[in-house]
Ligand binder design. Structure first.
Ligand SMILES: [Zn+2]
Length: 313
C-alpha cells in the first residue's frame, strides 16, 4: 500500500526563484491528504500530474497567507470539475469564515460539502480516525496559532499463510491470529503461533509535518521515532537571531532535532526567498543528520511498509 509524500511548494512567504509556497500531498493508498495549500498549490498539482479529485482531507497549519492562500482557488477548481464528494478541512479558527466570505462575494455555490474541524486547542488532539490512518495535531511555537500534524498508519492485520494453517482451528481462532494473538487450548497449550502461520508483519508508518515553528521541546514527543519528518528550515544558522525573532528554525537546528529524535528521514523546506540556492541547506543539515533531503518542488518520498529498510528516495 502506498505511503508517499509529494512536495508542491518549498518557499516561505513569497514565490521566488522557481519555488512556491508551502503545500504537500500525502498519498495513503488511493487517498490524498493535503497539508497546507499555498498560492500555487493547484497549479503544482497539475504540473506533477497529481489528481485534485483524490484529495479527501485538507490540513492547514496556520493562517499566514503562504500556507492557505491557494485554498479557495483549489476549491473553486474542484467545483468546476463537478466534484460531489465532501472535503474535510482542518484549520485554526477563522478559515471557515474566510472561505464563506470569499464564496459569498464571488457568488459561488459549491456543489460539494465542506466539513470544518476547528483546531483551537493548545494541546495535541486526535483529529481524524480514518480506516487507514490516525491524525493528531502537533502544537507548534509560531507567532500565531500553528499546528503541525502527525499521521500514524493503523496497524494492519496479519496475513495468514493458508498452507500452514492447522485444520482444526475455528473461525474465531483464525480471527485471533490475524490480530497477532497466539491461539492456545483450554489447558494453555499452544495450538497455533502467529510467527509460525502468518507472513511477516508490515510496518505501520508515520509522518510528522512541522511548519512553521521555533524549536520547542514541547513537540519533541510527537516526532520521536517517526519514519519521515518534515521540518521547516527558513534560515541557515548564520541567521539564527532572525530565526528566533520570527519564530522559525535553522537548518542546523532541524538536523540536530531529527538526530536526537531518531527519525528515519528528515525533509526540509520553507526556505527564505533571500536564498537563491538551497544547496547550503543540505550541506548544513546533512553534516549533522545524514538522511536529510531537500523538500523541493516535484520531490517525493516513499515510505516502505517492509520491516527491513527497503525505502527509496
Ligand atoms: Zn508562518
Amino acid at each position: 500500500m502506498d505511503f508517499e509524500l509529494f512536495i508542491l511548494g518549498s518557499s516561505s512567504a513569497t514565490p521566488s526563484k522557481g519555488r512556491y509556497q508551502s503545500a504537500q500531498l500525502l498519498k495513503i493508498h488511493t487517498d490524498f491528504f493535503m497539508i497546507d495549500c499555498g498560492e500555487a498549490a493547484q497549479y503544482q498539482i497539475g504540473r506533477y500530474k497529481l489528481n485534485h479529485a483524490k484529495i479527501s482531507h485538507i490540513f492547514i497549519s496556520h493562517l499566514h497567507g503562504d500556507h492557505f492562500f491557494g485554498l479557495v482557488g483549489l476549491l473553486s477548481t474542484m467545483n468546476l470539475y463537478g466534484r460531489k464528494n465532501p472535503i474535510y478541512l482542518y484549520a485554526p479558527p477563522g478559515l471557515d469564515e474566510i472561505i464563506q466570505l470569499q464564496l459569498k462575494y464571488s457568488e459561488t455555490i459549491l456543489q460539494f460539502p465542506i466539513h470544518y474541524t476547528t483546531l483551537d486547542k493548545n494541546e495535541s488532539e486526535h483529529i481524524l480516525d480514518h480506516p487507514l490512518v490516525d491524525v493528531y495535531t502537533i502544537p507548534l511555537d509560531h507567532r500565531i496559532r500553528c499546528n503541525g500534524f502527525l499521521f500514524k498508519e493503523k496497524p494492519k492485520p496479519f496475513k495468514i499463510d493458508k498452507s500452514k494453517l492447522p485444520p482444526d482451528l475455528s473461525l474465531l481462532e483464525i480471527a485471533q491470529l490475524k490480530q497477532g494473538i497466539d491461539v492456545v487450548d483450554d489447558d494453555g497449550n499452544s495450538k497455533a503461533r502467529v510467527e509460525d502461520i502468518c507472513f511477516k508483519a508490515l510496518k505501520t508508518r508515520s509522518y510528522a509535518y512541522c511548519s512553521d515553528t521555533k524549536i520547542n521541546e514541547s513537540y519533541f514527543p510527537f516526532i520521536e521515532g517517526v519514519d519521515l519528518l518534515y521540518h521547516e528550515t527558513t534560515f541557515l544558522d548564520e541567521l539564527i537571531d532572525r530565526a528566533n525573532k520570527t519564530f522559525h528554525t535553522t537548518a542546523k537546528q532541524a538536523a540536530e532535532l531529527a538526530k536526537r529524535a531518531n527519525v528515519g528521514k528528515l525533509v526540509i523546506g520553507h526556505f527564505s526567498s533571500r536564498y537563491y540556492d538551497t544547496e547550503p541547506f543540505i550541506i548544513e543539515a546533512g553534516s549533522i543528520f545524514e538522511k536529510t533531503y531537500l523538500g523541493v518542488e516535484g520531490s517525493s518520498f516513499v515510505i516502505s511498509d517492509r520491516i527491513k529498510d527497503e525505502e527509496n528516495h
